[in-house]
Design a binder for this molecule. Structure first.
Ligand SMILES: Cc1cc2nc3c(=O)[nH]c(=O)nc-3n(C[C@H](O)[C@H](O)[C@H](O)COP(=O)(O)OP(=O)(O)OC[C@H]3O[C@@H](n4cnc5c(N)ncnc54)[C@H](O)[C@@H]3O)c2cc1C
Length: 463
């Protein structure tokens, strides 16, 4: 591995500088883009069930493509908005959109197998069935090692359906660009916000593999977890060997689903999704705390859970669906007209309200956490915008939240949570979350809807 002369950092564009600027400083999102575009196949994801960070395995020719693909450092939202939509969004919390719905796949099986309402799967199946794309990039589970996720190109609706549901452990999806290089045709793609950032940056640069992707379906993303979350959950249930797993699902069964592990012995270990959320503060990937995109703002179509009591009480599976580009919006309307999707229009205000806590976490909290990093002399991502005024109450709230995250990240806390009955932890966590939500409704949301944002020219600010 080449070592970096500090004077070269920020100048020479090769993997050594990417490592020094992004990976070693904790800014890597693990989107997998750098590995996927390396023309010399010189990069790989190391320790896939651990940190999942890119590492060098061969000679680097200094082409700089890994920097272009990187979503960890510079993702300039105003530029991406111009590139994807030709305009800036009116609502900075949700991003640009043409239409918003609550709905689900019409086909019962697709809906019930989906993480939310099965809309992502239904859209991908439709695109394949109509021949609009030749393949769909999806994240399924590895057949041979069913505890690992596996990115692949689905060629049939059945293959798309087999990859339904959310996988909450680190999965560097954009490594797949490597395979697209040699394949003819057009492709649909489903990815998290950071993965879509990398894809859009590559499309802006005219990267051939990225330009084969004609339809970008994005899932909302609050945070992603380290695989250690699964290990901890299993150990808590007396299982120490992940090779005992024959099936791992993060959202099995009826919406909102449950974390469910089936073992070779036939035993099934399961925990309701809202209870399994107890794993989040302990195993959240640190970089997610600096991400400012919950709603996959640069996708053609973005989908999340329709978190509102009125839908949660009904069960069955409900998605919040946004047609962002004109193409995405028209596709949703056409599928609804053909009876493939059941969609009801949703007001912008309700879309914000369904996710107000996570929007706040991303649109104000992330900037406060960046401020803190900067005070400690650490680099932060550049997004090209920032919120103007963040009230004092929100800053105090962030300090409390930061302390909780810090406490949970300690080895001793992880050990304790692993040795406490998981069902009780889950219940306590859920009760605490609901109480916290009620208590902080005013503090957290205060001014959220009225938060204004300023475009920041980082290049000029730096000079
Ligand atoms: C890590 C993660 C965090 C999320 N956080 C939130 C949140 O905070 N709030 C919210 O409302 N929604 C969140 N979601 C989205 C939600 O869980 C559903 O994925 C979304 O609502 C789509 O549901 P669906 O039934 O239409 O998808 P499905 O029809 O089940 O299809 C899901 C598709 O997503 C792909 N996929 C699954 N996991 C990943 C992954 N890790 N990376 C890339 N592609 C993947 C699969 O290939 C599949 O095609 C998150 C999803 C993930 C993966």
């Amino acid at each position: 591995m080449e070592s970096v002369d500090p004077a070269e950092v920020g100048k020479k564009k090769n993997f050594a500088t990417l490592k020094a600027e992004i990976i070693d400083t904790g800014l890597c999102t693990r989107c997998g883009g750098c590995v996927g575009v390396c023309p010399d196949d010189a990069l790989e994801i190391g320790d896939v069930l651990g940190d999942s960070l890119p590492q060098q395995k061969g000679d680097c020719n200094d082409c700089g493509l890994c920097h272009t693909a990187c979503s960890g450092g510079e993702v300039i939202f105003p530029q991406l908005n111009e590139q994807v939509f030709g305009q800036q969004p009116k609502n900075m919390l949700l991003g640009q959109y043409e239409n918003i719905f609550v709905g689900h796949a019409s086909e019962g099986g697709v809906r019930s197998q989906g993480a939310s309402g099965g809309v992502v799967t239904a859209v991908l199946c439709h695109l394949l069935a109509t021949g609009e794309v030749d393949g769909a990039i999806v994240l399924g589970m590895d057949e041979a090692e069913p505890w690992k996720s596996e990115v692949r190109i689905a060629r049939t609706p059945a293959e798309v359906q087999a990859a339904a549901q959310s996988k909450y452990s680190l999965s560097p999806v954009n490594t797949i660009f490597r395979e697209l290089d040699d394949l003819p045709g057009r492709f649909a793609y489903v990815g998290l916000p950071c993965q879509v950032h990398s894809l859009r940056k590559l499309q802006a640069a005219g990267h051939p593999a990225a330009c084969k992707i004609t339809h970008v379906i994005g899932s909302y993303c609050g945070t992603i977890l380290q695989f250690d979350a699964v290990r901890s959950f299993l150990r808590n249930n007396g299982v120490r060997d992940i090779e005992q797993i024959t099936d791992l699902q993060y959202r099995a069964g009826e919406w909102p689903g449950q974390m469910q592990v089936t073992l070779k012995s036939g035993e099934v270990i399961a925990l309701k999704k809202f209870y399994a959320n107890y794993l989040i503060p302990f195993f959240m990937v640190d970089r997610c705390k600096l991400c400012t995109d919950l709603a996959n703002e640069f996708a053609d179509i973005a989908c999340g859970d329709a978190w509102a009591p009125v839908y949660e009480e009904r069960g069955l599976g409900w998605s919040l669906v946004m047609g962002r580009t004109k193409k995405g919006a028209a596709l949703l309307e056409s599928m609804a007209a053909q009876g493939k999707l059941s969609l009801n229009p949703l007001e912008e205000e309700s879309a914000v309200s369904m996710h107000s806590h996570m929007l706040d976490f991303k649109k104000r909290g992330a900037f406060l956490r960046m401020e803190r990093r900067q005070k400690r002399g650490l680099p932060v991502p550049e997004y090209g915008f920032k919120p103007n005024d963040i009230p004092r109450e929100r800053r105090i709230f962030e300090a409390v939240l930061g302390s909780i995250f810090w406490l949970c990240s300690l080895g001793v806390s992880r050990w304790l949570v692993e040795h406490f009955p998981v069902k009780i932890t889950g219940q306590l966590f859920e009760q605490a979350r609901l109480a916290w939500k009620r208590l902080t409704r005013t503090t957290k949301r205060k001014g959220l809807g009225h938060t204004s944002f300023t475009v920041v020219d980082n290049k000029r600010d730096k000079s």
